[in-house]
Write a protein that binds this ligand. Structure first.
Ligand code: SF4
Length: 162
């Protein structure tokens, strides 16, 4: 296996991290097996291309001034590679975020994060936008839970559908 994380794509979005424009990396090789996983194709660890530090740094330089945060969808299963990229992002002035299916991450990773989404996907409880979700989105810098920021639209959608 490559010593570096592999990614299938990167996009820019405003929904994943409140009040940030995020450069979002979808990482392949998720080892979890959440029933009802919405991204089962991402379980293949050989999918996509290597996200080596030089490639990543080049992308950060292209998006400097356009994006304010880098958000990794997965990658905690290769902590050394992930930490190296988080450090690069911080050094270039980007905030950092990790979406993980675990309920906690190692402190060695967390100290390099500004935002953290926790929790496996449980179909009956839904994602962050559902009032009954098991997942949590945390602002680690301020020590606050921002999960409610994802739920206004979800609640409204439920209300309208009722
Ligand atoms: S953490 Fe996400 S990608 Fe991984 S198995 Fe669970 S739902 Fe699928």
């Amino acid at each position: 296996m490559s010593p570096h994380l592999r990614h299938v794509c990167h996009t820019v979005g405003t929904l994943e991290v409140p009040d940030e424009v995020s450069l979002i990396y979808t990482i392949s090789g998720c080892p979890l097996r959440c029933p009802g996983c919405h991204s089962a194709d991402l379980r293949d660890p050989d999918l996509g291309s290597s996200l080596d530090p030089a490639t990543f740094a080049s992308a950060l330089d292209r998006y400097r001034g356009l994006a304010s945060c880098v958000c990794f969808l997965g990658g905690e299963w290769q902590p050394a590679s992930l930490i190296e990229l988080l450090q690069l992002a911080h050094a270039r002035g980007f905030s950092t975020c990790l979406y993980t299916g675990h309920d906690a991450v190692d402190d060695a990773i967390a100290v390099h994060l500004d935002y953290l989404k926790l929790g496996p996907f449980i179909a009956a409880r839904g994602g962050l936008d559902r009032p009954g979700t098991n997942q949590r989105f945390l602002d680690l810098r301020r020590g606050v839970d921002l999960t409610h920021r994802f739920q206004r639209h979800g609640s409204r959608a439920l209300d309208l559908a009722a």
